[in-house]
Design a protein around this ligand. Sequence first.
Ligand code: AMP
Length: 176
Amino acid sequence: MTGTLADWQHLIRDVPDFPKPGIAFKDITPLLANPDGFRATLRALAQPWRGTELEAVVGIESRGFILGAALAAELGVGFVPVRKPGKLPAATLKQEYQLEYGTDCLHVHADAVRPGERVLLVDDVLATGGTLLATLALARRLGARVAGAAVLIELSALGARTRWPREVPLESVLKF
Ligand code: AMP
């Protein structure tokens, strides 16, 4: 018996001023380290998507790899990594996106998904939404059909949902 995520969400800790002053970092490592907590997390992430036809989970570096790869195994589909520059060895598509100051960039292998395949995007935390929106753009440029996006934690006050396209289901397990 592993309980529900409500029994374990106290294992997510706020680390103040990381990685820079003013940011309260949602640290999920104590939750991942707890076997029952990790299983409850995966069950909660998977629940809205059971029965959805999918070919792959697309996970975003780096905590999206941990949750996304485990979720892919749980849902019985493949896993596709979206990575920071200079990490993927074969030909990639790249997508730049705005940060508060400057820009950042994500890559995916150009042959990671076949046109028409249905994918689910996964990350740990949805903050401003820039990272997930860039991943949505990459998946669409690959020709994927994006069935939805799943995040463990949504920081609601930052308003990412208002920038997210309404036709793409977005499920967050925990809202802060
Ligand atoms: P954003 O693009 O602003 O939605 O930021 C989302 C990305 O940054 C995700 O990959 C998160 O892992 C990370 N992130 C942003 N804010 C936080 C936070 N407060 N705690 C932990 N991770 C965060």
